[in-house]
Design a protein around this ligand. Structure first.
Ligand code: SAM
Length: 287
């Protein structure tokens, strides 16, 4: 079995295959030996589970997942990595590689076809250029998955895991909190990657809620309101919601008043329950 965090081994494999890192594809591979075992360990998987990984690189995380899970399906866009993965993962018989763009992959169909009723987890060192779309696609499509454990940039982790209603919270905080319970697992320094990125990273875990913690009758209005509310953070919630959502300003002001909030309240000062209350009020007033 290859030591996929040994720099000499990595250089040898990449050199023999004539592989060059693509910045555009977010190719920063993990070379710190403690990161992938810890990620796999803390992701919640066991020998009865199926795992979806996004972006295999040379298979360093894939191998750790395959040691612990029943089956791993990894979606990798870069065709040039396929012969490398054939070599580095040849000792495993529970890994399937799909050469595809994850954003164009029908994940619901993939889960149905590949995992045969197993509990399914997602675990990945995400290419940073698609962090948000991937996380939102995983959550919004209500896939039958238990938890999503991903490495993201430290700043993104802080925003995603901030409590709703705190200074760091944003539209993504609210969206993630609606579908999942998010927590930070551990920090990963830039030097843990090859090539080293400019920023540090953090591994986070999102445990999918079976039912949302808050009741919302009109989800589409709720998210329209939330995106507008956090779109112009320095404005009051009344101004940003009316400017960015198309909801008439008089309705927003009346809803804020009827909820009992200060007229000058900002989006980041509202908790999840308060945001839900506000969208319910707006929905009623718009009827
Ligand atoms: N898992 C490996 C590791 O931890 O060392 C590689 C992680 S690297 C940050 C991201 C990987 O995602 C690369 O292998 C890259 O080719 C792949 N990738 C980039 N965009 C992708 C996409 N749209 N769909 C699937 N894979 C993608």
């Amino acid at each position: 079995m290859y030591n996929l965090t040994d720099i000499g081994t990595i250089k040898d494999i990449l050199g023999r295959h004539g592989f060059h890192f693509s910045k555009a594809l977010g190719q920063n591979f993990i070379v710190n030996p403690s990161v992938c075992p810890r990620m796999a360990e803390e992701s919640g998987i066991d020998e009865n589970c199926g795992v979806i990984e996004i972006g295999a690189g040379i298979g360093v995380l894939t191998a750790e997942l395959a040691k612990r899970a029943k089956k791993v399906v990894v979606i990798e866009i870069d065709t040039k990595l396929l012969p490398i993965l054939d070599e580095t993962l040849r000792d495993f018989d529970n890994i399937e590689i799909i050469n595809q763009d994850v954003l164009k992959t029908d994940l619901a169909a993939l889960i149905r076809e590949k995992f045969d009723g197993m509990p399914v987890y997602v675990c990945a060192n995400l290419p940073y250029y698609i962090t948000s779309p991937v996380i939102m696609a995983l959550l919004e499509s209500r896939l039958p998955i238990e938890a999503v454990t991903v490495m993201v940039q430290k700043e993104a982790a802080q925003r995603i895991c901030a409590p709703v209603g705190s200074r760091l919270s944003g539209a993504v905080t609210v969206a993630v909190d609606y579908y999942a319970h998010a927590q930070k697992l551990f920090d990963v320094s830039a030097g843990s990657f090859m090539p080293a990125p400019k920023v540090d990273s953090c591994v986070i875990r999102m445990d999918i809620r079976k039912t949302p913690e808050i009741g919302i009758t009109d989800e589409s209005l709720f998210f329209r309101m939330v995106h507008a509310a956090f779109g112009q953070r320095r404005k009051t919630a009344a101004n940003s919601i009316s400017a960015g959502s198309g909801i008439p300003k008089d309705i927003v002001i009346k809803a804020i008043e009827e909820c009992g909030f200060e007229p000058s309240v900002r989006a980041e000062g509202l908790t999840m329950k308060e945001l839900a209350m506000l969208s319910e009020k707006i929905s009623m007033l718009m009827k």
